[in-house]
Design a protein around this ligand. Structure first.
Ligand SMILES: Nc1ncnc2c1ncn2[C@@H]1O[C@H](COP(=O)(O)OP(=O)(O)OP(=O)(O)O)[C@@H](O)[C@H]1O
Ligand SMILES: [Mg+2]
Length: 139
């Protein structure tokens, strides 16, 4: 296993996924790419200006999340890469996995919405369905 891709949405569960991915990358000597996708806003109720402001806010939030992740990986002997993408989270994560020839995608079982749900989140289930490689869904 050479390349691991971990999907981070800032949730507690994706933080758990990151820890697991770090553990695996360390023991396999694999590289680790952390990806966070800023979701496209489809709200029809708001004006274009509000949409732009909100979008900028989400991008800023994602950048600061990535900086926190970078800090937590500092000093670890893992080849690492950090990506911020925009659009449909599952689609962007799958595109990236194909492009980078990822061997394993790591996600949380749920994300920012559904801590109490029985079912897995929609992003992680879409990844499991369409990924070009194995997927580890961390519970
Ligand atoms: N925008 C995102 N960028 C990167 N990874 C994400 C993103 N959204 C979700 N993920 C990954 O998918 C995992 C599951 O989150 P998911 O979004 O599927 O569940 P949820 O937020 O609880 O429910 P919902 O289906 O309503 O979004 C997260 O722990 C994270 O690993
Ligand atoms: Mg979600």
């Amino acid at each position: 296993m050479k390349r691991i891709l971990v999907a981070h949405d800032g949730s507690r569960q994706s933080e758990k996924a990151l820890k697991e991915a770090i553990r695996l990358a360390t023991s396999f000597g694999a590289s680790l790419t952390v990806i966070s996708v800023v979701p496209e806003l489809y709200l029809t109720e708001i004006t274009d200006i509000d949409r732009e402001n909100l979008s900028e806010l989400l991008i800023a939030e994602t950048k600061s999340l990535m900086n926190r992740v970078k800090t937590s990986l500092k000093g670890k002997k893992i080849r690492q890469k950090f990506l911020i993408r925009q659009g449909s989270p599952a689609d962007r994560i799958i595109d990236t996995a194909i492009k980078q020839k990822t061997d394993l995608i790591v996600t949380g079982s749920y994300g920012r919405h559904g801590a109490k749900r029985f079912l897995m989140g929609s992003v992680s289930s879409k990844i499991v369905d369409h990924a070009p490689c194995s997927v580890l869904v961390v519970k």
